[in-house]
Structure formats: structure tokens, C-alpha cells
Design a protein around this ligand. Structure first.
Ligand code: MN
Length: 343
């Protein structure tokens, strides 16, 4: 069933959810505040309904999101631990995934036990989606906003504080603290409702953004001193190698948010990070200030995402990835910027 048509009929979705009893919630590997917050937002509602619900993710919970884990609700998938429970689950709800394969072994288990799937996401998905129920709202600032929409329809009573903690986290992180162009009225309404219910928004901010490790700061200094500017400074890119990671004593989650920092430079319209995740596997992040869409570039190298924030994985060496990404980004932007006249 496809709920792609807007607006999503949340009461129809609710009928599906009410008919299920054993529900797993999950999100993509290396989860962010949106995926985790959306899980928390729905988790407490389903608990309220008396459902047998568990949050089982492929990756462990990043430490900056520990505050969401008050009742130790986040679990990392382990076959020997979870399959006994999973084998007769009714429904798997997958949040913010973009690409289903990013749930890794959790996807394998869901398929192995033939569990119905419900995709709740604000990323574009191909038409031939693999989900039993596909709920996509490209206009939603965060997946957490979709959970909010659902709870507004599904609940007779107000949304509870523990759900709001998750939803607020989702909105705050996916809008860059209410800064990005996707920030809309609903984001602020969610913020108001959260504050009215006693959510400590400043504490959440500090947990996530004022919790940088020294290795992360060292790495930041290292790559910032070697930024590359192209197209009159409108396109800035940087690469992070495993060697840089090692010498800063940093780990792969430390690179989160770096592309946003580069995008914040005056005159930079598009920022790109090429990150050597492991040998012969590179992750690319594209961020645009909003003048030029960049998801077509991500798509052209096998990735995807939002118009102004997208990404891709490239199999190959860091140098090959750099060549490929920089040349395709330059060519693409040159056309959009009408650059031949300036150069
Ligand atoms: Mn998201």
C-alpha cells in the first residue's frame, strides 16, 4: 500500500498500527537525531497503547543522545538476542532511512521473518519501494514531524512529554537548530508544545552540540587548514582520510556536521566532504545553502537525498573518489551557475 499521496491519511495508518501487537522500530546505521527522535516519539505512544514494542537499531546509540535513553529503550541488533522475539513480530516501522539497505542486518532479519514493513520518511524513495506501507512526505522538515502529525490524529489525549522529547530532538537536529531552509511553521509549533510541556531545549542543545571531543576538534582544525575552493569560492570541498582520523585519534562519527561548518563560510554555496570511511569505501556529503540543488549530483554518483542535503557512497580509493566527486560537482555547478561566462 502506498501512502505517497499527500496529505497522508494518518487515520488509515492508525488502523494498520492498531491491528498490530508486536512492533519493532528501527532506523538507519549511524543514526541521527531525527531517526532516533522519531523512534522515541512513537515508542511511548505505542507503549501507552499496551503494544509489545522495541527499538532495535543496527548501530549503538551515539553518546550525545544518551539523554533519550531514560528507560534503556535503545537496543543494538544481535541475532542471538533478538531473533527469538522478532520471529513473530507483526510490524517493522522504519524511520528516516532514505535507503532501506542502511538498516543492514536489521533489514535481513525483518525479511527473514517476513515482517510487514512501514516506511516513515521524508527522503525520496524509488517508486518500486520494498515496503508493505510506504509513507513519504517530502515536505516534512523531519521524520519526527511526521510522527507528530500521526500522534495528533491517533491520540485523544495530548502528546506526552517523553514523546515530545524525541520529536523535538528530531526537529532541532534536522533543521540545524531551526536554521535551515526546511524550517517551517510546524517546526516552531512543535517547539512551543515541547517547551510548554517542560522539555529543556537548551539542555538538549548542549548534549548534542556542546559535547565535542578533543579529537573531533583536532580533526576539524586539520581539515579546515586544507580546504579547497573552486568556482570563485562558491564550491568548497575537503577530504578526510583514515590517516587523518588516526592522527587526530578521532572516530568516524566525529565527522558529523563538518560539511555544515564549511557551508557556513561566506560565499560558499555548496560544500562537499569526501570521507574515507574504510579502505576503498568513501562517503560523500553534499550541502547547499539553497541556491543550487545538489541531490542530482549525489544521484549521478549513485546516492540521493534532499535537494539541499544529500549524500552518496563510493567504492574506490579516496583519490579516485575525490577526482570523481570534484569533477562531477564542478561540471554540474558550472552549468547551473552559468559559469563559462565568468571563467
Ligand atoms: Mn531526517
Amino acid at each position: 500500500m502506498n501512502f505517497n499521496n499527500k496529505p497522508i491519511d494518518w487515520s488509515q495508518v492508525n488502523a494498520v498500527i492498531l491491528s498490530c501487537n508486536k512492533i519493532i522500530l528501527t532506523t538507519h546505521e549511524n543514526p541521527d537525531g531525527d531517526g532516533l527522535g522519531a523512534e522515541i516519539g512513537l515508542y511511548y505512544h505505542l507503549k501507552d497503547l499496551g503494544k509489545d514494542v522495541r527499538i532495535i537499531n543496527y548501530s549503538p546509540l551515539p553518546k550525545e543522545y544518551d539523554y533519550l535513553n531514560t528507560n534503556s529503550v535503545f537496543e543494538s541488533y544481535l541475532e542471538e538476542h533478538h531473533d527469538e522475539w522478532l520471529k513473530d513480530a507483526d510490524l517493522a516501522i522504519i524511520f528516516d532511512v532514505g535507503d532501506y539497505s542502511r538498516t543492514r542486518k536489521v533489514k535481513d532479519a525483518i525479511e527473514k521473518y517476513n515482517i510487514s514493513t512501514m516506511n516513515i520518511d521524508h527522503h525520496p524513495h524509488p517508486d518500486n519501494n520494498p515496503f508493505t506501507y510506504n509513507l513519504v512526505d517530502l515536505s516534512a522538515a523531519a521524520t519526527g514531524c511526521m510522527v507528530y502529525d500521526y500522534l495528533k490524529v491517533a491520540r485523544d489525549s495530548p502528546i506526552e512529554k517523553n514523546s515530545l522529547l524525541g520529536i523535538y530532538t528530531a526537529v532541532m537536529t534536522d533543521t540545524g537548530c531551526f536554521k535551515y531552509s526546511n524550517t517551517d511553521k510546524k517546526c516552531h509549533e512543535i517547539a512551543i508544545e515541547s517547551i510548554q510541556n517542560g522539555i529543556e531545549t537548551n539542555a538538549i542543545y548542549q548534549n548534542i552540540y556542546e559535547n565535542s571531543s578533543r579529537p573531533r576538534m583536532k580533526l576539524l582544525g586539520d581539515f579546515l587548514s586544507n580546504l579547497h575552493y573552486e568556482l570563485d569560492g562558491q564550491f568548497a570541498w575537503f577530504a578526510i582520510s583514515q590517516e587523518m582520523l588516526k592522527s587526530a585519534n578521532a572516530n568516524k562519527s566525529d565527522v558529523e556536521g563538518f560539511t555544515d561548518i564549511v557551508r557556513s563560510i561566506s560565499g560558499v554555496e555548496v560544500a562537499v566532504m569526501i570521507f574515507e570511511k574504510m579502505e576503498n569505501e568513501c562517503r560523500v556529503n553534499f550541502r547547499s545553502k539553497g541556491k543550487y540543488k545538489i541531490n542530482d549530483i549525489a544521484k549521478s554518483i549513485g546516492g540521493g537525498g534532499h535537494a539541499f542535503a544529500s549524500g552518496a557512497m563510493i567504492n574506490g580509493s579516496l583519490n579516485d573518489a575525490i577526482r570523481k566527486v570534484v569533477s562531477s560537482t564542478k561540471n554540474n555547478l558550472k552549468d547551473k551557475m552559468n559559469f563559462s561566462e565568468i571563467e
